[in-house]
Design a protein around this ligand. Structure first.
Ligand code: ZN
Ligand code: ZN
Length: 399
């Protein structure tokens, strides 16, 4: 295959193996954004997470909390945002007056050249220097490997104009939604490294940036007071959003701290009283849980509605199963109807499994829903004396 003549190809890439298609980026797919890797082995294990009001057992995957995982990258995001917001809040609490001022600032390196992925990471330190020269004291930085391209922007703007998506939808959230996979996503973005920061800066003098660097203040955040919930939310929003499309590559940090906010320069435990630091961390966590990317709340580690065909009953965390099983009326309603006995046996199995500590089910069944359901059923059966009346009622009620 010959690369199309119009595509600028870096010499480095030229030497690499022949690809079925011209590369869409010069990072060659090695640099991704969160949620497009392979889930680690440990998060593929299924285990019971709850049940529905109609008595179906709900299975789910335990979170691996890694940024690569398509199912759990948001958990990783949340944890990172909690730490970042707590650190920023602590810093703002510790400093005086205008020093508390926080802005969302972007530093873009010279655009007249191509960056390899290595150059992208290395340029990050240069970005810190440029930012500090422009009056930025320090903060949280997220490396962005890509910008949306014309194709992505057009698709997004058309969707907004036609009212297809709510106005507040983020460009990246939208493109993630419409892309089938990472390869599909790369049609809407171009490699173009830049560095987002949520940083303390009493004033920003972009004019002081060295040649060809562009330092841009996107907005200044709400003033900070450590008891003001809104001030935390105002920090969560930009950190979370920028992190959703930060650079992901093995052994490299997507989010870093720099300048006066870096752990080497600022230790909240030293600068703040234990009570205030603890309060700040609680506020940060609360703000992340309540804001998130979408603002959705999850009651259980699974769906809010029963995924069983045609059921749609509300789901309940496995924690409450014992209580439900003590309710004779509820148990009777579960046992009745099609497949009632199996549902009930499975719930008994879940209860037993939970009482035994709720460890991961055996490897032979944890990867397969059907096998896991059978295993639970047999577990339930093992503690159920065989009684004629149960099968009789099944025979009467069932079809
Ligand atoms: Zn996972
Ligand atoms: Zn159900």
């Amino acid at each position: 295959m010959t690369p199309p003549e119009t595509t600028p190809v870096t010499p480095e890439l030229d030497r690499e193996k022949v690809r079925p298609e011209a590369p869409t980026t010069f990072y060659d797919g090695d640099v991704q954004i969160p949620g497009y890797g392979t889930p680690p082995e440990r998060c593929r294990a299924l285990s019971p997470v709850g049940f529905c009001e109609a008595g179906h057992t709900i299975l789910g995957r335990s979170s691996c909390g890694t940024r690569y995982c398509p199912d759990h990258w948001r958990d990783w995001c949340e944890d990172a945002v909690v730490s970042a917001v707590a650190r920023l809040a602590a810093y703002r609490h510790a400093v005086d007056g205008a020093e508390k001022r926080l802005s969302h600032i972007v530093a873009s390196p010279p655009q007249d050249r191509s960056y390899s992925k290595r150059a992208m990471w290395e340029t990050r330190s240069e970005a810190y220097d440029v930012l500090e020269d422009a009056g930025v004291r320090g903060g949280v930085s997220v490396t962005h490997p890509y910008r949306t391209n014309e194709r992505g922007d057009m698709l997004f703007e058309t969707a907004v104009e036609s009212g297809e998506i709510p106005e507040e939808t983020g460009r990246w959230a939208f493109l993630r939604e419409v892309s089938e996979d990472w390869e599909d996503f790369t049609r809407y973005i171009d490699a173009s490294p830049h560095y987002h920061t949520i940083a303390a800066a009493p004033s920003v003098e972009p004019g002081d940036a060295p040649d060809d660097w562009v330092v841009e203040r996107i907005r200044t955040l709400k003033p900070f007071y450590f008891r003001d919930t809104e001030a935390y939310r105002a920090m969560v929003a930009p950190v979370y959003y920028t992190l959703t499309h930060g650079a992901v590559e093995d052994a490299k940090h997507t989010l870093t701290y720099f300048g006066d906010v870096h752990p080497a320069s600022f230790d909240p435990e030293e600068e703040l009283t234990a009570a205030i630091w603890s309060r700040i961390q609680i506020e940060a966590e609360k703000a992340v849980k309540e804001t998130g990317e979408s603002g959705e709340e999850e009651a259980i580690a699974g769906p809010a509605e029963c995924p069983e065909d045609g059921c749609e009953a509300a789901t309940v965390d496995v924690y409450y199963l014992a209580e439900y099983m003590d309710d004779e009326e509820w148990v009777t309603s579960v046992k009745c109807g099609v497949g009632g006995r199996e549902k009930w046996l499975r719930l008994k199995g879940v209860l037993l499994w939970w009482d035994e500590g709720g460890d991961r089910p055996p490897p032979s069944v944890q990867g397969n829903e059907k096998k896991l359901r059978n295993w639970l059923e047999m577990k339930g059966e093992s503690v159920t004396p065989r009684k004629q009346q149960v099968s009789l009622s099944t025979a009467l009620m069932g079809e």
